[in-house]
Design a protein around this ligand. Structure first.
Ligand code: ADP
Ligand code: MG
Length: 339
């Protein structure tokens, strides 16, 4: 008898689920990214018990055709890329084809979806990776996906989660970043039956920042605009007086994707250095538009990190763009002249 065997699909999916969806907020991230990729202009996210008992995401995007529904839940099944070559120019948020299979392996999933070319909608149920049913139902265009009892069949994973309140807090932080990163999408975020956050989708970034951070902060932020052949940076930065002891206010998005990049973090902090005390971190909400051919998004299972081809260019552009504003006249305290 040989010792070595290939694991079966449900086992493979459960293992992958550990990497892709380690907690409820990661599930919400993947599902909202799918809704964004589907071209939605309105996305509603509803959670109960920190996402453990229920996560419901409703979008008005393209929907999934009947024949594609079971396929979408297979591992490495994606409509977004075809070859490794496509990875070099990927513009969608997803491309790994791992989210739905991973989520379905560790929860009870109900999907309701309708494409514009189909007369009917469909309801698909899959639990712990086992297909239960696929039936025709009436439904508006777009997709609703319900995730119930996350990690119900992986008690070890469930044990590692924090309290429902803490998990809900992670999801709220994520929802804030999603709203800021997609000002053209109208989001609604509901926690335990109460609307907690909303955005209009009218592309007004300052309104969104106001909703999230409040008046005291938004009255002290300045618009930023930088453009060169290689990249464009827009958004807002805070005056140095708006700072805090951690990096929670330091947000930036590359081609609509919230990510962490050492290069950009260092550049931001370098630019603020003369204006801030040590261990104080500024407010930024920066939108980078960079040629997809010059970034590698496929370096992290949760796609939280990316690799930049031109580190130096992005670094210098960031420092210059911020310094320009911080050393400008807006920063000089207003002196009232007396006669
Ligand atoms: P990926 O996003 O990497 O392609 P997923 O497992 O997240 O992989 O989704 C698999 C496929 O299911 C997607 O490629 C897409 O075609 C389809 N899909 C998932 N969610 C939605 C949605 N909300 N609307 C339309 N299609 C979707
Ligand atoms: Mg996806």
């Amino acid at each position: 008898m040989p010792f070595i065997h290939v694991l079966d699909e449900p086992t493979i999916n459960q293992i992958a689920a550990g990497e892709v969806v380690e907690r409820p907020s990661a599930v919400v991230k993947e599902l909202v990214e799918n809704a964004v990729d589907a071209g939605s202009t309105a996305i509603t996210v509803e959670i109960k018990e920190g996402g453990l008992s229920l996560i419901r995401i409703t979008d008005n995007g393209a929907g999934i055709a009947k024949e594609d529904i079971p396929m979408a839940f297979l591992r490495h099944a994606t409509s977004k890329i075809r070859t490794a070559q496509d990875l070099l120019s990927v513009t969608s948020l997803g491309f790994r084809g791992e989210a739905l299979s991973s989520i379905a392996a560790v929860s009870q999933v109900e999907l309701i979806t309708k494409t514009s070319s189909s007369l009917n909608g469909y309801r698909y149920i899959i639990e712990g990776g086992d297909e239960k049913s696929l039936e025709e139902i009436g439904s508006p265009g777009g997709t609703t996906i319900l995730i119930r009892n996350l990690f119900y069949n992986t008690p070890a994973r469930r044990k590692f989660l924090k309290s429902a309140v803490t998990e809900a807090g992670y999801i709220s932080d994520l929802m804030e970043r999603l709203m800021v990163s997609h000002p053209d999408i109208s989001f609604k975020y509901i926690v335990n039956n109460q609307v907690k956050l909303q955005s209009s989708g009218n592309n007004n970034i300052k309104d969104i920042l106001y909703n999230i951070y409040g008046r005291d902060i938004t009255k002290e932020i300045l618009p930023l605009h930088y453009e060169s052949n290689e990249l464009k940076i827009t958004g807002f930065i805070g005056k140095p007086m708006i700072n805090r002891g951690n990096r929670m206010y330091e947000n930036y998005f590359i081609n609509g994707r919230y990510i962490k990049s050492n290069v950009i973090t260092k550049a931001i902090e370098e630019a603020y250095k003369p204006f801030l005390m040590q261990h104080k971190y500024p407010f930024t909400s920066l939108y980078y538009e960079i040629d997809p051919n010059t970034i590698d998004v496929n370096v992290h299972p949760q796609k939280l990190e990316i690799r930049l081809k031109n580190n130096e260019t992005v670094y210098q552009a960031t420092v210059d763009a911020i310094r320009d504003i911080l050393s400008g006249k807006e920063m000089i305290p207003k002196v009232t002249l007396t006669k």
